[in-house]
Design a protein around this ligand. Structure first.
Ligand SMILES: Nc1ncnc2c1ncn2[C@@H]1O[C@H](COP(=O)(O)OP(=O)(O)OP(=O)(O)O)[C@@H](O)[C@H]1O
Ligand SMILES: [Mg+2]
Length: 296
């Protein structure tokens, strides 16, 4: 089934969902689509095995930004680099930074504050949102390949918690700005990715409830990825037992897709379906094929 929905552009976009359902693929798809529309796009991966640059056939370069030929830039944010950037911005002088953060005791104190790595990475993505060239925004859109479901709730909630815990100062003010951006439906959208199987669907429903109802975050679209192709018409064919079994398996899968579609549509988000492609490793051509099937 061809899906269609127009996603209103948001400056700050985050993609989350169960592990392995296609978050990075969807982040790349959104980036490709925005770049094709002439936007300057930065995709942020968060201290992970880089997945986006290789999808475009480009070698990642540690924590450095890579500008892909398709007009998308991608960066893998590492907490240590994020901390250095933040500290240099706030403490101004490299010597002072060294004095404070090259001290192993202070460094481990900072690193062992629960959630500090996440806050630093989110903070760096947030800084990219404010980045300017000649007084104009450097990026039209920042897309964050966010952590998977289990981790994403604490990740999204972090600025609010830190803001409440730290009563005054830079951190208090910065986290208020971050939370302001994350909860602003005019500037931010969180897209969910699911697969058409019972467990990922269940997880998506729970994630949706918690992000929207508990945290009040603005949700964007829901991507149902890995949708298997429909079964060809086989009526009247005399199938051998082995083939009949395969057909029965396909039929069960098709039923699971119908059920997933029914449950996910009930959330009332724009639902975009992406087919399961027959590829061991997706390439940029596969991404283009996925793009042609949805209107973003
Ligand atoms: N529509 C699709 N058709 C075929 N393969 C796909 C499709 N979408 C994703 N894949 C493949 O499935 C695997 C997982 O996808 P991806 O890396 O995007 O998931 P993820 O949610 O980001 O995973 P993780 O939780 O590990 O970060 C990858 O090998 C990817 O190439
Ligand atoms: Mg990923």
């Amino acid at each position: 089934m061809e899906s269609s929905a127009i996603l209103p552009p948001r400056r700050f976009t985050l993609v989350t969902g169960k592990g392995g359902v296609g978050k990075s693929t969807v982040a790349a798809l959104l980036a490709l689509s925005a770049a094709d529309q002439g936007q300057r796009v930065l995709v942020c991966e968060l201290n992970t095995q880089p997945q986006i640059a290789p999808l475009f056939g480009v070698q990642p370069r540690g924590g450095e930004r890579v500008d892909l030929p398709v007009g998308v830039s991608v960066i893998n944010i590492e907490p240590r680099a994020a901390m250095e950037e933040y500290a240099l911005m706030k403490l101004r002088f490299r010597a002072l930074y060294r004095l404070v953060f090259d001290n192993p005791i202070i460094r481990s104190m900072v690193r062992f504050v629960p959630g500090m790595d996440d806050l630093l990475m989110l903070g760096k993505a947030f800084n990219h949102e404010r980045e300017e060239i000649n007084g104009a925004p450097r990026w039209d859109q920042i897309i964050i390949d966010a952590p998977a479901t289990g981790h994403s709730l604490s990740f999204f909630r972090l600025p609010k918690i830190i803001h409440e815990i730290v009563p005054t100062g830079n951190l208090h003010a910065e986290t208020a700005l971050m939370w302001g951006l994350l909860t602003d439906p005019a500037r931010c959208a969180i897209h969910l990715v699911a697969a058409p199987e019972a467990l990922p669907v269940e997880e998506t429903l729970e994630l949706h409830r918690r992000l929207r109802d508990e945290l009040g975050l603005p949700l964007g679209a829901l991507f149902m990825n890995l949708v298997p192709p429909p079964l060809p018409a086989l009526e009247g064919l005399d199938l051998c037992p082995a083939l009949r079994e395969i057909v029965a398996l396909h039929a069960a899968r098709a039923e699971a897709v119908t059920e997933a579609r029914r449950r996910l549509s009930a959330l009332g988000m724009p639902l975009l379906e992406l087919p399961l492609l027959n590829a061991a490793r997706l390439t940029v051509d596969d991404l283009q094929a996925l793009r042609r099937g949805v209107s973003l």
